[in-house]
Design a protein around this ligand. Sequence first.
Ligand code: NOJ
Length: 566
Amino acid sequence: MTGASTEESSKLWWTDAVVYQLYPRSFADSNGDGRGDLEGIRKHLDHLHAIGVNAIWLTPCFPSPQRDHGYDVADYFDIEPTYGSLDDFDRLVADAAQRSIRLLLDVVPNHCSSEHAWFQAALKAAPGSPERARYWFRDGKGPDGAEPPNNWRAIFGGPAWTRVTEADGTPGQWYLHAFTPWQPDFNWYCQDVVDYFDRMLRFWFDRGVEGFRVDAVPVLGKHPDLPDTPPAPPGLTDAQAWGRNIYGHFYETGHDVWKHWRTVIDDYERAHPGRHLVTISESYGKPEAVLAFLRGDEFHQSFAFDLMLITWLAAPMRKAISDSIDMLGPVGGTPAWTLNNHDTQRIVTRLGRLNSNDPAAFTGNNLVYVDAPIDLELGRRRARAAITLAAALPGALYLFQGEELGLEEYLDMPDAAREDPLFIRTNGKELGRDGCRVPLPWTSDATTSFGFSPVAVEPWLPQPQNWGDFSVEKEAADPQSMLSWYRILMAHRPLLSGDLVWVETGNPDCLAFERDGVLVVLNVGADAAALPAALVAGRTVILATQPDTTSQRLPSDTCVWLSTVH
Ligand code: NOJ
């Protein structure tokens, strides 16, 4: 395995790394409070090592009131007390390094928590003060300033503005928040903000962090005058309306921030030979707009979300793959493939939907689905094929915790248990993301939340009753399980390192390519596919997601890797 201690000579480690997105609150609870913590992660590092991951991306683990489960940061220089301490963090970095696993953190620069000391100071300070200049405070419209300063809608529902009460008790100014009122947006034209995040990046690099996933990248740049945006067409959700906000979404001045960060990072690398840091941008949007962040002087990588958001059909999948690769070619980049994350319904559920191969049912939005009956076994079969395809592609591969166990989305979670602000702020109109964030099952012992906690305690989100069937313990003992498959698959990944060359099979349900002579074929069709004799002659099966696969015949919803011609 490639690792932190044995640096590659030619390729930077992150270009083709396997990165495990770890949601600390739901990974493993070591102290019995029903919430995951850093010590829980440290105790289970061998699980990640056995999959062959090169790095962990920890979603925000800074002190936070958890109104958006860490994406509301109250202090960027410490660890959330329920997760542990800075000492625990240092121990985790060291133990991970022993297994050649690097640590990436999640930086949230668009907004902080309303509990952050700066925001609290801004609330107490007067309009026009330097404390308020770090955020977007504005007078309201209308005779008493009782209307929001502009027409922007918040991504999680409602207006993007909240009015404050001034120190003298009178109704006062408004502040901007792209997400919830508990997440005030920073004003990145303010030098204090720029300096603060420079310090933050260096602070964590000094502690051994090798990079950052950067949150909500297109949301950060804003027109300095915050004009009204042209009204969105009726019928869109507030999140979709934000996507049309021409002064608050993909606004050009955001690039100045990312260019500056790159100089900070490049300077740090120069001062620390041997360190190879990475920033990965979270930006959903049109390829050209996403590409703009990757021009060589901004981010190192950007997530390629297309495979996660696509219909189960060969032609659009092929197009998504070649678009991502072709787009990055000129800037020398490689995609960072992802099939799951903490904001999206789990793949088993998505691909188990009986309309998941119907273009008419495709919304392209990670949170909006055209509902249909779900066949979870079909979903698991397709998920196994999808990861086998994704693992064969050039670039990095980002996994989300629990996908290695084949977990499904917990759609039937009771409303009363749901905590996602998206669910709460839209009054349940949007189901939200709790269903993919359920605490992991480690054992089949239901009394300890399936080994999530060391004692009998309610986990922060409930688990489905059958969770034990998908526990690490059970799957590790089963050679046919999803976990065993992930281990086998990742161990085979180094076989493929060259460029991708598309191959024609003559079957519209099949997608096929070669890398280093190895042929990878995915059949998304309902029928088995006969592969052309000329193409497969002399090849043998390296691995296949269904047992009844041969080099000539590929069952439905199956992916195979075939050897070079012998
Ligand atoms: C994107 C994150 O992935 C999501 O979980 C979060 O709620 C928003 N950004 C706000 O930070």
